[in-house]
Design a protein around this ligand. Structure first.
Ligand code: DQQ
Length: 567
């Protein structure tokens, strides 16, 4: 009997040490240095290896920022996810933490999908995410930290009451389209509310749930908002912004006439993150967008490769911060060779434009701490058909800001009212197509002989009512000699008067990503590119003008960027 007990003890000890060793080696592997990889990012978030997608549960807790993310520990393509977890003091440098939300109970036995964090009264964090149960039905799972005295919140446990929301024959929720709970907000009636993405037929839905104790949730009779024919709405987000265009952010539970509300959904059909600005009627618990409905023609956070974003309120700086996922544009074969897939975009501060028509996005100020060795160009005419190299920076790892003044208007082309798709227009009128006023902008990740480059540029047209139409493009068609990459050209119309206000562009270049902010953050385009020649020190940056009119560079500053500590 005694020896049997002893051997049982030994087996348990062995099991525990194998499990511990597995956990440690998983963490070590996640930290092991990368091999020579020209496409790994230096200051955009990515783990050491494997597949990542959506940012999950961002929050600030006891002075530490938390980023969780969808992670496949077993490979470079999407697979049943667990949550990766990293912490940071500045949203720029990150420390990896142990994986969490691993399959633990029936409610998440087949995977832990996206979700959000809410800080409950008494500074108690809680996370709600979508679990896949034994029948692969989508249910909502509640998790709490094991030790709230640990600011890194390393360990989490799943509440015994899980799942806390689930489809039943009565509630008619589609069991394969019921996911991605938002951060909850609490109204003066003391009741928590949150949204869950769903669809009925092809109608996209933001389902509304209410709870007093965060454990028992009841579905509201009506969704907060819905729209026909837009398909499944993933990763909803709902938050207030100052109505007067103040750049400060507000807590998710704030209501009142001084705020407008933003509803964002990720459209599963088109993979676009769309948003509307509108009013939240708390009596009816309903949302009404100011303009139109919510579908693929609504405003977008980013007109490039960007999806499944989420915001959180950074109470330390009173800012609302937007995080998003930029998938690869490379082939799966290339991803397997790289050993990783997916990055996150630079955290962006977002606020409502003064005119109230759109949001403004700008990289968080802390990213500027990575800037070094600036080079400048001041007040220089960029002649038609000319090109200037911005030398003296590490062009594969850089941040560049440029502004233009437009005076020479005689060649401006007429805008054709049938050009309704800016993306199509950008692909028809790519960087090499000469125009009247434009294309002018930047050639990023360019090889010396211009065999490769990613062009980010503007074209200006005049519409029938004499108003200017500004087109912003990110043209990837020449980004790489590798033919297997997705080189879709992206485009967007920018709501700006280029004569009165001038035009500006900021690009964050980071080896395989070019994240471009037009007109001081009115429009953003993220591109994933994989040059074969323009890598590391062989990359160049140029300012170019291939139009038939001169434009003036009022100022350009470009910085080499230091590497952030990420994994
Ligand atoms: N990704 C998660 C889902 C979400 C989708 C699964 C969006 O929860 O709807 O990895 O990219």
């Amino acid at each position: 009997m005694a020896s049997c007990l002893k051997s049982q003890k030994q087996v348990i000890l062995l099991l525990v040490s194998v499990l511990l060793a597995y956990g440690v080696s998983e963490l070590q592997a996640a930290r092991s240095p990368p091999t020579n990889q020209p496409y790994r990012t230096a200051y955009h978030f990515q783990p050491r290896k494997n597949w990542i997608n959506d940012p999950n549960g961002p929050m600030l807790y006891k002075g530490v920022y938390h980023l969780f993310y969808q992670y496949n520990p077993n490979g470079v393509i999407w697979g049943p996810p667990v949550w990766g977890h990293s912490t940071s003091k500045d949203l720029v440098n990150w420390v990896p933490q142990p994986l969490t939300m691993e399959p633990e109970m029936a409610a998440n036995i087949n995977g832990s999908w996206s979700g959000s964090a809410t800080i409950l009264p008494g500074n108690k964090p809680a996370i709600l995410f979508t679990g896949l149960d034994p029948k692969y039905e989508q249910v909502q799972v509640l998790a709490y930290p094991k030790d709230t005295s640990d600011p890194n919140l390393k360990e989490w446990f799943l509440a015994p009451q899980n799942p806390v929301m689930f489809p039943t024959p009565q509630n008619q929720i589609n069991a394969t389209s019921f996911r991605d709970p938002t951060t909850a907000w609490r109204l003066p009636d003391g009741v928590w509310r949150l949204l869950i993405g769903s669809k009925r037929g092809q109608r996209g839905l933001s389902l509304l749930f209410r709870s007093r104790d965060f454990v028992h949730w009841v579905q509201a009779k009506h969704p907060l908002y819905s729209d026909k024919l837009s398909g499944m709405w993933e990763c909803p987000d709902f938050f207030p912004v100052y109505a007067n265009g103040d750049q400060m952010g507000v807590d998710t539970s704030i209501i009142g006439s001084h705020v407008k509300h933003v509803l964002k959904n990720s459209l599963d059909i088109t993979k676009h993150d769309i948003y509307t600005i509108g009013d939240y009627n708390i009596k009816k618990d309903a949302y009404t967008p100011d303009i139109g409905y919510m579908n693929d023609s609504s405003l977008r956070y980013d007109y490039g490769k960007y999806y499944a974003s989420k915001t959180f309120f950074n109470d330390a700086k009173k800012e609302r911060i937007l995080l998003g996922w930029a998938n690869e544009s490379s082939s799966v074969e290339d991803d397997i060779k790289k050993g990783w897939s997916g990055i996150h975009t630079i955290p962006r501060k977002i606020w409502l434009d003064k005119l109230g028509k759109q949001l403004i996005q700008w990289p968080i100020a802390n990213i500027e701490k990575l800037r070094q060795n600036p080079v400048n160009i001041f007040r220089k005419v960029l002649k038609k058909g000319s090109q200037i190299e911005v030398s003296g920076i590490t062009a594969a790892q850089a941040d560049a800001e440029i502004s233009f003044k437009i005076k020479d208007l005689k060649n401006v082309e007429k805008f054709d009212a049938s050009w309704t798709s800016p993306q199509l227009l950008c692909s028809k009128k790519g960087a090499s197509v000469k125009g009247g006023l434009g294309p002018f902008g930047l050639l990023t990740l360019a090889s010396k002989g211009l065999e490769e480059y990613t062009a980010v540029f503007f074209r200006i047209f005049k519409a029938y009512d004499n108003k200017f139409v500004v087109l912003m493009c990110s043209d990837q068609s020449r980004s790489s000699l590798n033919p297997t990459n997705d080189k879709t050209t992206y485009g967007t119309f920018v709501d700006v008067n280029p004569i009165r206000e001038g035009l500006s562009l900021r690009v964050l270049i980071d080896h395989s990503v070019v994240e471009s902010f037009g007109a001081k953050g009115k429009n953003v385009i993220t591109a994933r590119v994989y040059p074969t020649l323009a890598i590391n020190e062989k990359a160049h940056l140029y300012v170019f003008n291939r139009g038939t009119s001169n434009v003036e560079i009022t100022g350009l500053t470009a910085w080499s960027m230091k590497k952030a500590n990420i994994a």
